[in-house]
Design a protein around this ligand. Sequence first.
Ligand code: CMX
Length: 425
Amino acid sequence: MSLLKQKLAQVFPAQKAEIGAFVKEYGDTQVSTVTLKQAYGGMRGVKGLVCDTSEVPPDKGLIIRGIELKHLTEKCPEEILWLLLTGELPNETELLDLRKELFDAREVPQYVWDVINAMPADSHPMAMFNTAVLVMQKESVFAKKYAEGMKKDEYWEATYDDAIQIIAKLPAIGAYVYRKRFGHGERIIPNDTLDWSNSYVQMLGLPDPNGDFTKLMTLYLNLHCDHEGGNVSAYSSATISSALSDLYYALSGGLNGLAGPLHGLANQECLGWVLETREKFGGAPTHEQLKDYAWETLNSGKVIPGYGHAVLRITDPRFDAFLAFGKKYMGDDPVFLTVQRVFETVPDVLRQVQKISDPWPNVDAGSGALLYHYGLTEFSYYTVLFSISRALGIAAQAIVARAMGYPITRPKSLPTKGYMKLVQQ
Ligand code: CMX
């Protein structure tokens, strides 16, 4: 048994007992109220979900198992996966063991390549990627063991096995989607590196003479991993998982939500918006020109992608981390400079629109310019990168939920007439 699985076998029973006792003692305590506005407003701010892997206080941003993101930016995604699951960072031996476990599971079945090859050449990269995850469902250990009558206490272990199998294969699948969809040639077989992000960069096949692009990808795959339980991809996936659908179903379903322009697809839209400003103004736009363009976008009824958030009320620390990376590695890159200028301009514009709750940049506002700098210019691909990273958090949440024995999700809905009656009462 791998060291991570052994560790989880140790920690989960105590956590489950603690939660059981907590709910037994305080089960009837009220933790939230719901207004009519919230019911019709996407349940914003309604506390009714449990997520132990991470939380997002509006004034702080992402905290993973009690550690603020700013203290985690130097870590690799494998360390983050360990942290999400166990609540601790791994030591060197543990990290190596997890890397080996992923390495041993990296081989992608041939039929996955055949399915991707059979898709229309102009399919969206997200459709290709999510289809590849779903088509592997027949490999699910959870589905097989469930059919054999697995005990409830063993659910998390089978979900863990599925998670490792899926996560290990995502870099190869993501890289092939990139190469196939954008005509970059054959699939690349990486050398025997155990480093998950490094092997991904090798398979993408983009030049990386001094290793800076690998550094960016490690940061990228780290920063997008998890964002508590209520965002569209995590929540959709958790809902699917709560029906005891296996992780292949749950993850691909959640990632279909990530493919929406108000969620993960915003990173493709955002770089598009930045480049549009450069095209429109024939080079680097001034602050004044950006202000005008921001108003033009708002007045045409569109959103300014990369800005605003359903929970955050500060500049997203993930954006801060990308900005710091850009300043260090590409301070004079013209597209990156425009991103900085947008950051200096757009919040002031959005602040003037009363209905907008958060005028600050989110994770998607800056990442595209950094990828663009290293030659990853096909921005419809960017959400696939987001997905590879977000799979870590979604998988961790699914494993924890199974270990804690959480039931099927089933909030109550009412028709509008029902709410009208309730309000009159
Ligand atoms: N540009 C223009 N209008 C915006 C806006 C923006 N960046 N952010 C919010 N608004 C508008 C909303 O569309 C909404 O308008 P209506 O009432 O007319 O529908 C109004 O302001 C109120 O919205 P809000 O309470 O501030 O924000 P929500 O919680 O409803 O939505 C989000 C959050 C992210 C969908 C929204 O800010 C947005 O659309 N941003 C741009 C897209 C984006 O960057 N998404 C990525 C988010 C991060 C991620 O998940 O990856």
